[in-house]
Design a binder for this molecule. Sequence first.
Ligand code: SF4
Ligand code: ZN
Length: 314
Amino acid sequence: MKSLSGRMTSMGRQCTKCDNESIIYQKYSGMHLCKKHFVEDVERKIKLTIRKHYNINRNETIAIALSGGKDSTVLLYILNKIFGDRPDINLVAITIDEGISGYRLDTIQKSKELTDNLGIKHVIRSFADEYGMTLDELTQKQRSYGACSYCGVFRKKLLNKTAKEEGATRLAIGHNLDDEAQTILLNHLKGDISRLVRLDPPKKIEGLTLRIKPLRSIPEKEVALYAIVNELPMDFSECPYAHEAIRGEVRDMLNEFESKHPGTKHSLLSGFQKLLPILAKEYPPEENKLNECSVCGDLCTGSLCQACKLLGYE
Ligand code: SF4
Ligand code: ZN
C-alpha cells in the first residue's frame, strides 16, 4: 500500500488545521490534513451521514456485512467506535463465504481477526451450505451472466436472510463514495432510472432489513488511508472475477475525471440527491409494491426473485 499512501500524501506540508505535518491533500476541499485531523474528518462525515440519512433509534441491532476488505473493515471499526459503548445498540458482523478459491479464505481470516479484537459477534454463512454450490462451481455450470451477477444477487439474499435471523433492524454495507458515484453513473449509462431511484436510502419496509451505507461520502482512497493509519487487519487482494465487471470501466473513467476535475464524485452524489425527489414522483420506488417470490418467499418486485431466476426457476 506504499504507493497508495505515497500518492495521497502531502508530506512536508503543514496541516491546514494545526502545526503537524500533513499526511493527505484533499484536492476537492483544498485541505492538507495531519493524521489526527484526517481521522477526525472521516469520522465526522460518517456521523453526519448517519444522522442525516439514517435515524438510528434505541434498541436497534445493526448487522454489518463484513468481507474483510478495507471498506467493510473500516465500517465495522467506526460503527464500533460510534455505537460500541451504547448498551442499547447491538452490533453483529456477517461474512458471506461465496466460495471463491484463492481469495475468500484470506479475507475471512482477516475479518475474524477484527471481530475477535473488537469483541463483536461474527456469523459466517456460505453459498455452499445455502445454495448447495460455491460461486466457482456455479459459474462453471452456468454462464449466462458474469460471475459478479450471481455473486451479488446471492450474497444480498443470504445477507438479508442472516440479518433477519440475527434480529437486525439495519444492515450496514461498506459502499464508499466511489461505489456510489459509479453506481449512479452506471445506471445513467444504462438508462435504468428506476434502479437509480432505488439507491435512495429506503424508508421502512415490512419484512426487509433496512440497508445503510455510512461510508457513502468518503472517497475510496481515504477509506484505505484510514485503514492504514489505524493499522486495521484487512486483506488487499482482489477477487479473481473482478475484471469481469463493467463497473471497472466506469471506475477508471471516473478516476480520470476526478483527477482532472477534483470534486466530480462528490458532485455526482449531491446532484443525484437533488434529483431524487423529482425522479421519485415519476418512478415510485418499487419497494412500495413488493410481492413474495413464488419459489422462496423472499420479497421481490415480480413473481420470482432475482436469485430464483438465476437458479433457473421460471
Ligand atoms: Fe463477487 Fe464479483 Fe465482487 Fe468477486 S468481484 S466478490 S465475484 S461481486
Ligand atoms: Zn426467490
